[in-house]
Design a protein around this ligand. Structure first.
Ligand SMILES: Nc1ncnc2c1ncn2[C@@H]1O[C@H](COP(=O)(O)OP(=O)(O)OP(=O)(O)O)[C@@H](O)[C@H]1O
Length: 375
C-alpha cells in the first residue's frame, strides 16, 4: 500500500503576498520511505502538505503518485490521508467505529470493516479501548486512534502535519516509537511535517529543510549536520561554528591556520566558511598531541549535563561542548580536536557542490576534488 511520491516544481503564491509561499519545490519520497519537511514557522510546510493532499491547488508544478499526476483529483480519491496535530476524531463514534469509518466509506460490510479496524487498533496497542468514546481518551491515545484510522484507509501516502507536537515529551517519545513500529509493520510512504529536528532525526530517512518556501537541502540528517550546503541550513540546524576563509590545496585557510578538509566531499577553491558542529569538537589538554588548535576559554554556559564552552583561538571564537564530568573555567588553556570527517567548507556563494552537481561548478572556481561514494 505504498507508492512513490514525487513533487515537481510545486509553487503556491497566495494572492496579496509579495513572494510565493512555496517556490518551485522538488521532492521525492520513495515507496515505503519517510521524508520529513523541516522548517521554521511560516516556511510553507503545511501549505506543501495541503497541496499534496489536494486541499489546495498549486499555482505551478505537480504532485505525482507512482508517476501519475494527481492534478484535478479530489482529496478523497487521491489515496492520501492527512493526520493533523489535533486528532479530529468523530466524537459520537466509538474508537473502533472511528477506525472502521474509512473502510465503511469505501464500501466494506460493517462486520468486515470492524474486523479490519480491530487489527489496526491492535497495531497501535488500543484494542482494550475499542468501545470507548474519544472524549474519554488521553491526547496520546486519541492520536493513536487517528493513526490507526489513517492507516486503515490504506493510503498510498500518509501525510503527517506536526502530529505529535501537542503531546508532552514522554508521550511524544512513545508516539515516535509507535511510528517506527508502524513503519516496519505496514510500510507506508510518509511525508512528515515538523519543526522539531529531533523528531525528524528519529522518524525520517531523509530530511528536506524548507526555508522561505524553498528546499534548501534534502539529505540524511547526519549530512545536514556535518555537510550543510549553506550557512542558512547550518544555522537553522543549530550549528554554532562558522569561520570565514579560503579553500586551497584541500585545506581551509583562516586566522586558525590551515585545516585539512575531508576527502569525501567536493571542495571548491576560493572563499568558503569552515563549519564544524560544536558537539563534534573534543576538548583536551593543550599539550595533547591530538589537539588541532590551542586556545583560551572565554565563556562557559551550562546546558544540562553538557556545557557550551567558548574558546578563543587567535582571535576566532569557537564553541565546543564539554562532556559530563568535564569542567572548564574562563581563562583555562585548552586544546581542541576537530575530527577530519566533521570539518566542512561552505562556499561563500550559493550552495555547496556535490559530485552530481559538478557540471554546475565548471568555471574558474570549479570543483577540484571528488571522491566516489559521497552524496
Ligand atoms: N490561505 C492562505 N492565504 C494567505 N496566506 C496563507 C494562507 N495559508 C498560509 N498562508 C501563509 O503562508 C505562509 C506559510 O504558511 P504554512 O502554514 O504553510 O507554514 P508552516 O511552515 O506550516 O508554519 P507553521 O509551522 O507555523 O504551521 C504563512 O506566512 C501563512 O500566513
Amino acid at each position: 500500500m505504498s507508492a512513490t511520491l514525487t513533487i515537481n516544481g510545486l509553487t503556491r503564491w497566495y494572492p496579496g503576498t509579495g513572494t510565493p509561499t512555496l517556490d518551485a519545490i522538488d521532492l521525492t519520497v520513495p515507496a515505503a520511505g519517510c521524508a520529513a519537511l523541516l522548517g521554521p514557522s511560516g516556511s510553507g510546510k503545511s501549505t506543501a502538505l495541503r497541496l499534496v493532499a489536494g486541499l489546495d491547488t498549486p499555482d505551478a508544478g505537480e504532485v505525482l503518485i507512482d508517476g501519475r499526476s494527481v492534478a484535478g483529483i479530489p482529496p478523497e480519491r487521491r489515496h492520501t490521508v492527512l493526520v493533523f496535530q489535533s486528532p479530529r476524531l468523530f466524537p459520537h463514534l466509538s474508537v473502533l467505529d472511528n477506525v472502521a469509518f474509512p473502510l465503511a466509506v469505501a464500501g466494506a460490510p460493517r462486520g468486515k470493516a470492524r474486523d479490519d479496524a480491530t487489527q489496526f487498533l491492535d497495531l497501535v496497542g488500543l484494542t482494550s479501548l475499542a468501545h470507548r468514546r474519544p472524549a474519554t481518551l488521553s491526547g496520546g491515545q486519541e492520536q493513536r486512534v487517528a493513526l490507526a484510522r489513517a492507516l486503515a484507509a490504506r493510503p498510498d501516502v500518509l501525510l503527517l502535519d506536526e502530529p505529535f507536537s501537542a503531546l508532552d515529551p514522554t508521550v511524544r517519545s512513545e508516539m515516535h516509537t509507535l511510528l517506527v513500529e508502524l513503519r516496519a509493520a505496514v510500510e507506508p510512504t510518509i511525508l512528515l511535517v515538523t519543526h522539531d529536528q529531533n523528531e525528524a532525526a528519529v522518524l525520517a530517512d531523509t530530511v528536506a529543510v524548507l526555508l522561505d518556501g524553498r528546499i534548501a537541502q534534502h539529505d540524511r540528517i547526519d549530512r545536514l549536520y556535518t555537510r550543510p550546503d549553506s550557512l542558512a541550513v547550518q544555522g537553522f540546524l543549530g550549528g554554532r561554528n562558522a569561520v570565514a576563509g579560503q579553500v586551497a590545496d584541500g585545506a581551509h585557510h583562516s586566522a586558525l591556520g590551515p585545516l585539512e578538509l575531508p576527502a569525501d566531499t567536493v571542495i571548491l577553491e576560493g572563499a568558503a566558511t569552515l563549519v564544524v558542529r560544536q558537539e563534534a569538537i573534543g576538548l583536551v589538554p593543550p599539550s595533547d598531541p591530538r589537539a588541532d588548535l590551542v586556545g583560551v576559554v572565554s565563556a562557559v554556559s551550562a546546558r544540562g549535563p553538557r556545557a557550551q564552552v567558548e574558546v578563543t583561538v587567535t582571535g576566532v571564537s569557537l564553541i565546543a561542548e564539554s562532556g559530563p564530568g568535564e569542567r572548564f573555567e574562563p581563562g583555562d588553556r585548552v586544546g581542541m580536536v576537530l575530527p577530519l570527517d566533521q570539518r566542512h567548507a561552505v562556499p561563500a556563494h550559493g550552495v555547496g557542490v556535490r559530485p552530481q552537481d559538478e557540471a554546475v561548478a565548471a568555471g574558474p572556481h570549479a570543483a577540484v576534488r571528488a571522491v566516489p561514494g559521497d552524496g
